[in-house]
Unconditional design. Structure first.
Length: 217
């Protein structure tokens, strides 16, 4: 079975399990989506949502966070990991958005990735979930599962993104990256499946007996 056949199995299976998919991070607009994705680094979506549900009703524009200042932002997000670094990024990117973009979130990867605290993965989520632009954000779940399913060699997240974009139709990317995340959390967990027990793993590799050792992102 080659990787193209495995990719078709994955796409068919995930569309059957998750015909409709919700964005896990709660947001009020594209700016708050950007903030939530930034906050989600080294933190669970649940924790981010629990913190931001008390923030976004009142603060949801770059101007709001600029006016708050770094110290008050820190207090608002102190339950989130590395909150001081994230507060600094939020404050500085808010300042840049007001100065250079009239308070709007830019719509290109190049501009997004120049913002403080915004890497390629964060920019990809904003482009995909915020603007509907075809993108394939790669997180640890996707990187791990793509290796277990024989869709990439797992050298790094850059290679994984290239491989998945090559194997799956562009129209599926925005939905598929979320489907894989949900599947990884529910069925193909890091310390549970190991590439030998979930439905997709056993379908792609029916004769596999040994656990798959995946390369970290």
């Amino acid at each position: 079975m080659n990787e193209s056949i495995r990719a078709k199995i994955v796409l068919k299976s995930l569309n059957k399990i998750y015909p409709k998919i919700n964005v896990p991070l709660k947001s009020r607009n594209v700016f708050t989506l950007l903030i939530s994705v930034l906050l989600s680094a080294q933190c669970t979506d649940v924790n981010v949502n629990n913190v931001t549900k008390n923030i976004y009703p009142k603060y949801y524009k770059p101007f709001h966070f600029l006016k708050l200042g770094r110290k008050r932002i820190e207090k608002l997000i102190k339950k989130i990991g590395i909150f001081r670094i994230k507060a600094k990024s939020i404050y500085n990117l808010s300042k840049i958005l007001i100065k250079d973009y009239n308070g709007k979130v830019p719509k290109t990867f190049e501009e997004l990735e120049k913002l403080p605290g915004v890497g390629h993965k964060t920019a990809s989520v904003v482009m995909s979930q915020g603007f509907g632009y075809p993108a394939f954000p790669i997180d640890t779940h996707i990187h791990r599962l793509a290796q277990r399913w024989g869709l990439t060699n797992g050298k790094n997240v850059v290679q994984t993104e290239k491989d998945l974009k090559r194997l799956f139709p562009k129209k599926s990317w925005n939905k598929l990256h979320l489907q894989i995340i949900y599947y990884g959390r529910e069925y193909c967990k890091a310390r549970d499946c190991y590439g030998i027990t979930c439905k997709i793993c056993t379908t792609c590799y029916p004769k596999r007996k040994k656990p798959v050792i995946t390369k970290k992102a």
